[in-house]
Design a protein around this ligand. Structure first.
Ligand code: NDP
Length: 273
């Protein structure tokens, strides 16, 4: 019987996950289907359980259900436990297993696809929401010299930094307190671009050799990327590679085979102009 998977979120019409997983399945000769499920928060648990009970094998989870997915699962990986959120579920032997591949997706995109490095580098993480929380553990695993988290609501940045303090040198600040320091890697993990806005960090965070990484994708040159470019940054990237890399990790977890991400990244990347 053909194995079934899906992505669940709300809204879900925009999701590229069905296309990505269909291509991975073709490439790896895996017999599976992958659809999209939309539901309300109140319907989430029942929708997941009935998908599982119908014989399906797993789910990707996107906004706004990553916290609910974590809570619904009865087996949690260390990565999922660290973030309290899950972007991938696996149904196996009567259990719902929770994983979170957002951070490893980001790190793999930066290091494998973009040729950047995090080890020994100064990283500025803008935002302290779900995406920043999901990324922080994986960033710290690479042993950067330090990570500064800057957020509009300062207390969230401070709390997030405190939660990860044992894993590396990390501090949380407000945008006004970043000061005149420059960073090697600046990651926009805010949702400001969705409203055509940019986080209000000082321009001095950039140097000509910095990497400016926008987690949002499919929006071309966002305000954040435009601002970085105007500051002289030449290495600009959006989050399409992160999306595809986290999908590849989920595919590996479910199917035991890792797809080659390069062809999809080439075909889905929008020029940043
Ligand atoms: P959340 O809603 O959890 O967090 C939003 C964050 O953005 C908060 O830190 C919030 O600050 C900040 N923010 C919102 N508007 C502004 C603004 N105008 N100026 C400054 N800060 C602002 O969202 P997520 O963390 O889930 O998502 C963040 C981004 O990451 C989105 O663009 C999303 O599409 C992207 N993403 C990409 C993925 C990928 O695979 N490429 C995966 C996951 C997310 P405050 O706390 O002060 O409100």
């Amino acid at each position: 019987m053909t194995d079934r998977y899906a992505v669940i979120g709300n809204p879900i019409g925009h999701s590229k996950s069905p296309l990505i997983h269909a291509q991975f399945a073709r490439q790896c000769a895996q017999d599976l289907t992958y659809s999209a499920l939309e539901c309300t928060a109140a319907e989430f648990a029942n929708t997941v359980r009935s998908f599982r009970d119908s014989g399906a094998r797993g789910l990707n989870v996107t906004a706004p259900f990553k916290l609910q997915a974590f809570e619904l699962a009865d087996r949690h990986s260390e990565r999922a436990s660290l973030t309290g959120a899950s972007n991938a579920l696996k149904f196996e032997a009567g259990h719902i297993h929770a994983e979170n591949f957002d951070g490893v997706g980001l790190v793999n995109d930066i290091q494998r696809n973009l040729g950047g490095s995090i080890a020994g580098r100064r990283v500025l993480l803008l935002g302290a929401g779900g995406a920043a929380r999901g990324a922080l553990g994986s960033i710290l695993e690479q042993r950067p010299s330090e990570v500064t988290i800057a957020n509009r609501s300062v207390s969230k940045a401070v709390e997030l930094a405190a939660q990860f303090a044992k894993r590396g040198t990390v501090h949380g600040v407000g945008y006004a307190n970043i000061g005149e320091q420059a960073f090697d890697v600046i990651i926009n993990a805010t949702s400001a671009s969705v409203d055509d806005k940019q986080p209000l960090a000082p321009r001095s965070v950039f140097t000509s050799t910095s990497l400016a990484y926008e987690m949002a994708y499919g929006r071309g040159l966002t305000p954040f990327l435009r601002w970085a470019k105007e500051a002289g940054v030449t290495q600009l990237a959006d989050g399409i590679g992160m999306l595809i890399e986290q999908a590849a990790e989920a595919f590996l977890w479910w199917r035991g085979v890792r797809p080659d991400t390069a062809p999809l990244i080439r075909s889905l990347t929008i020029p940043l102009v």
